[in-house]
Ligand binder design. Structure first.
Ligand SMILES: Nc1nc2c(c(=O)[nH]1)N[C@H]1C(S)=C(S)[C@@H](COP(=O)(O)OP(=O)(O)OC[C@H]3O[C@@H](n4cnc5c(N)ncnc54)[C@H](O)[C@@H]3O)O[C@H]1N2
Ligand code: MOO
Length: 395
């Protein structure tokens, strides 16, 4: 439970509140206009509005005959996509051979599909059709001026196609925020087997795809020794061209964990200074005066992964103008003990009507997360079968 005093100090912030605070702290990057071909994966900076009615003209939904009045009908020409019928208005008793997607001539009552039509001697016959049958009317999908997607919507394949259908050549978007990562730890090895006093760096390989999944552009990743403190200070200064600096393995209170000392020296504004979650408790988010946002992820790899989803994901969403949205939920079928006042983050897999905890989730062990479909955020007092929020790990 977060008390008013905790909110003031930003310590032990409840897990859901930490996500919210990280999102709210972000000032969105400025909008830019980019050609459609470069907009995929970015976020709309403005509503996407239909400039014309959609469809923009009455169009045939079938290959067949546009007919006027009761049959039989005399065939008076043809209408093809991009090549409308040249007459002015179809008179009763007339028909025009028409293709799907062609302009429906004025005066048309309905389109008779070719499968229902009988032709001969320049005439066509067929069953009586209700007015408007097989005609897609102007503006039937959306009248001009309709807002089709709100600012903050991610630009995916369908949105790009929709924008093109509306006649857009460029879109107003926000660029992906840039991230620089600093991995600290004198014990870390980047190749070969772990052994006494020697830990393989798990976060160097984990961070680039994670940053991309969370909506950022990783501009660089540096390995920095624990001591002296000046090494971390220099690395953070060198990373200040990014929107966000992520530092791993320096969040705790030991002599080799200098991040909090550095943030104090730089008069940083605290946004989150530890989260009431397990793992990921020492995670932090602060902003030194005049510098980029700084996120501290715990050195334990699974703790770092959960903390990135808690703080980095929402911060990047806010920077790119995406709403935080509510998380999907599913019943968690496995009993999970959760200490009072904490949220446990556990890897889960889909299992029929709900999700099942996988295990393999001690703070330094990524086995469960490597195989999981999602991370479940489990509150204190959870009963098996009750729904919990999920952070999806696969799409
Ligand atoms: N007195 C206290 N000590 C600790 C506390 C505390 O509240 N009081 N919190 C513990 C928790 S919880 C965590 S999590 C860690 C966080 O520590 P740091 O972020 O400062 O990280 P380190 O101490 O450097 O490393 C912790 C652990 O993780 C290993 N590590 C570090 N980086 C990597 C990497 N890139 N790849 C793989 N493994 C890594 C490191 O060897 C340590 O074993 O603090 C606790 N202590
Ligand atoms: O909470 Mo730490 O983040 O246990 O590993």
């Amino acid at each position: 439970m977060v008390t008013a005093a905790d909110q003031e100090t930003r310590q032990d912030v409840a897990w859901a509140a930490a996500r919210q605070l990280a999102h709210e702290a972000a000032e969105p990057t400025p909008p830019v206009q980019v050609p459609l071909g470069r907009a995929a994966g970015l976020v709309l900076a403005d509503d996407l509005v239909a400039a014309t009615p959609l469809p923009a003209f009455d169009t045939s939904a079938m290959d067949g005959f546009a007919v006027a009045g009761p049959g039989p009908w005399t065939i008076a020409g043809s209408a093809r996509p991009g090549r409308p019928w040249e007459g002015e208005r179809l008179a009763d008793g007339q028909a025009v051979e028409i293709s799907t997607g062609a302009v429906v001539p004025p005066g048309t009552h309905a389109v008779l599909p070719v499968e229902s039509a009988t032709t001969g001697d320049g005439q066509v016959t067929g069953p009586e059709l209700p007015g408007g049958k097989h005609i897609r009317r102007t503006g039937e999908d959306a009248p001009a001026g309709t807002s089709l997607a709100p600012a903050g919507a991610p630009v995916g394949p369908a949105l790009l196609g929709l924008a093109a259908s509306c006649g857009y050549d460029e879109l107003p978007v926000r660029r992906r925020p840039s991230v620089r990562a600093i991995v600290t730890g004198d014990e870390l090895a980047r190749h070969g087997l772990p052994g006494p006093g020697r830990v393989r760096d798990a976060l160097g390989p984990l961070l680039p795809p994670l940053v991309a999944d969370l909506g950022g552009d990783l501009a660089g990743l540096a390995h920095v020794p624990d001591e002296p403190d000046a090494a971390l200070a220099e690395a953070v200064t060198a990373a200040s061209d990014a929107d966000v600096v992520v530092v791993t393995g320096s969040t705790s209170v030991g002599v080799t964990d200098g991040l909090r000392r550095l943030l104090a020296e730089r008069d940083a504004r605290w946004i989150v200074d530890s989260v009431a979650s397990r793992p990921g408790h020492p995670a932090l988010l602060a902003r030194p005066r005049g510098g980029p946002y700084v996120i501290g992820l715990p050195g334990n790899p699974f703790a770092a992964l959960t903390a990135a989803h808690t703080l980095l994901g929402p911060l990047l969403a806010g920077l790119s103008g995406r709403p935080l949205g509510s998380l999907p939920q599913a019943p968690l079928l496995t009993p999970i003990p959760v200490p009072a006042g904490r949220t446990r983050i556990v890897p889960v897999v889909w299992d029929g009507a709900g999700v099942r905890a996988l295990g393999g989730d001690r703070p330094a062990f990524l086995n469960g997360a490597a195989l999981g479909d999602a991370l479940a955020a489990v509150p204190h007092g959870h009963e098996p079968g009750a729904a919990v929020p999920l952070i999806l790990l696969r799409t």
